[in-house]
Write a new protein. Structure first.
Length: 578
């Protein structure tokens, strides 16, 4: 059920709260590894060398990029070493030499970086790519050159260390270092378009809040945002989740003092949306320095995440466990006697006029009752005597309403994160009707910020002017209203959804959602794909259920001469498994 603005909710819900902002989580998953497989444990780890030639630094030999390299001074006694972070059993070393290779060298391991044990030695090195089977244990691994094969020094495109008994693969020991940090920026926006878009919003792991540069004086190409990690850290990954106002050209930089910066990554072809950058560098401060905008606006980031080791991290809240879908946690089969109101232990009636320019007035269960045959009925009616069925509007005082209907939710009664949600529903039909089964973030009523920041999951929407089609759609700050992320489903043969009951379901976990109608998959949502093509995923927090049978509104349009009343939306059951 699209909410194209702040809904005017009254009655029982009006005393609860106004609209809310999502506080949600999005964390990276730790990849699995086979215990006995050879694991590359050196990539992205801190590397040092006895010397470097020009810009050919030690880190370039462990960056996974064969177009970069480390080069030493032009003497025989030179070395490069990598810190694996923890004592590791080493089974293989790969040396990818540039033309300046070593004829004589030793491979050594150490637990302290001072006392070394040789695990391989040669005086007949051949250059090219040497894959060496070795055996040793240590935190540090070193290639120590003893005899050059050319007049130049030693130069390695890649220095790769593998563990065959597990070890720590690149990124396995990384943690989110930037969470909860205040940050700083060249400018920040704070107006009706971008409310409190300060730098800290890029480091709160809340994908529904963002930082943006200020429009005062006009947006310019130069702009930056930086984070102080609290202590020196080894940086291995930066994740940028862009608002549509993204940078075409930018640099990722590190610094020990926040003044002198070293570039870890630069591009002139930034793509926007979600960019995950593998980098390698050491510093206390990390900065995104943007130099060319992608459009007429400034720069805006939903998230700027820095991953690595060290620093002074603040532990981020964990995600809830993914569901196994085998535990029934909510069920209503509406088996009460005819005329009985919905179970007040499960359902809250919303009262007042609806959002989206709808025409109905939602009553306090005068239009919602069980039918005695195992269904709950939400009945939309045309009022023959306008005003007689409508209590005074809490805001305007008006008692006039042409249509009445029902809207129920489980806020304060039942809310949950992840699960399988299923309902069997016979929708209302005819022009101008808009029945829906959907969910809103439970903090919608808790924080005081407007839709769509909390996220919305539409399991089923139907508009009477399209009798054989229903829709499932996601709404979030970056994709909402008519630009929501969803898909339609049409019954075969042009059948009308209002003629019979159908089941509508969604399976929802930390990686995505799968929507179904009558068991047929109608729409799948992959979190990574969504973030890479549309914007942030904002669905890692509690949601509550909503049922409503709307009349009129922006999408279905108003009733006309073909519309017939009353119109019933019948719900056979609703169930939630986790």
């Amino acid at each position: 059920m699209e909410v194209r603005g702040t809904p005017r909710l009254r009655g029982a819900l009006a005393v609860m709260a106004a609209v809310a902002l999502l506080f949600t989580l999005s964390v990276a998953l730790t990849p699995e590894r086979a215990a006995a497989a050879a694991v590359l444990v050196s990539q992205g780890k801190p590397a040092t060398a006895s010397s470097t030639e020009a810009l050919f630094t030690a880190s370039s030999a462990v960056d996974g990029d064969t177009s970069t390299r480390w080069s030493s001074a032009f003497t025989d006694d030179e070395w490069i070493r990598v810190d694996l972070g923890t004592s590791t059993s080493i089974g293989q070393v790969v040396l990818d030499w540039e033309a300046a290779y070593a004829k004589g060298y030793r491979l050594e391991v150490s637990d302290n970086g001072t006392d070394w044990t040789t695990i391989h030695e040669t005086t007949t090195g051949s250059g090219g790519v040497e894959t060496l089977t070795v055996s040793g244990t240590g935190r540090y691994v070193r290639m120590h050159g003893t005899e050059r094969a050319t007049p130049w020094g030693y130069s390695l495109h890649e220095f790769q260390v593998y563990s065959t008994t597990g070890g720590t693969a690149p990124g396995d020991d990384d943690i989110l270092l930037s969470y909860g940090k205040a940050g700083s920026a060249s400018t920040s926006q704070h107006d009706g378009t971008c409310w409190e878009c300060s730098p800290d919003k890029a480091f709160d792991r809340d994908p529904a809040s963002r930082w943006a540069t200020s429009p005062e004086g006009g947006w310019t190409d130069a702009g930056w945002i930086a984070v102080d990690l609290g202590a020196r850290a080894e940086i291995s990954r930066v994740v940028l989740q862009w608002d549509p106002a993204y940078a075409r050209a930018y640099r990722i930089e590190v610094s020990d003092n926040g003044t002198d910066w070293t570039t870890l990554h630069s591009t002139t072809t930034g793509t926007g949306f979600k960019e995950t950058l593998d980098v390698s560098g050491t510093g206390r401060h990390v900065r995104l320095y943007a130099t060319r905008r992608s459009g007429e606006y400034g720069y805006s980031l939903w998230e700027f995440q820095v991953w690595g080791t060290g620093g002074s991290p603040i532990p981020a809240p964990p995600l809830p466990a993914d569901p196994t879908y085998d535990r029934l946690v909510f069920s209503d089969e509406f088996n009460g006697p005819a005329g009985e109101a919905p179970d007040p232990a499960k359902w809250v009636p919303e009262t007042g006029t609806g959002p989206n320019n709808e025409l109905e007035y939602y009553t306090n269960n005068k239009n919602a009752a069980q039918d005695g045959n195992g269904s709950l009925v939400l009945e939309a009616r045309r009022e023959e005597t306008p005003g007689s069925a409508c209590p005074p509007d809490p805001l305007s005082g008006s008692t006039t309403c042409q249509y009445t209907s029902a809207r129920l939710n489980t806020y304060g009664k039942f809310q949950f994160t992840y699960g399988r949600v299923e309902a069997r529903i016979k929708v209302s039909g005819t022009q101008g009707l808009w029945p829906a089964f959907w969910m809103l973030g439970a903090d919608y009523f808790d924080q005081g910020r407007p839709w769509p920041y909390t996220g919305e999951i539409d399991i089923m929407e139907h508009v009477g002017k399209e009798p054989n089609t229903t829709y499932s759609t996601l709404h979030a700050p970056a994709y909402n209203g008519a630009a929501g992320y969803g898909a339609p489903y049409s019954l075969p043969g042009g059948a009308n959804f209002a003629d019979d009951f159908h089941t509508f379901a969604v399976d929802w976990n930390s990686e995505g959602m799968t929507f179904r109608v009558d068991g047929n998959v109608t729409h799948t949502v992959d979190k990574e794909e969504l973030e890479s093509t549309r914007g942030p995923w904002v669905f890692d927090h509690d949601f509550f259920l909503i049922l409503n049978n709307a009349v009129g509104g922006d999408w279905p349009g108003s009733p006309d001469a073909t519309t017939r009343f009353p119109q019933r939306m019948s719900i056979d059951y609703i169930k939630v498994w986790q």
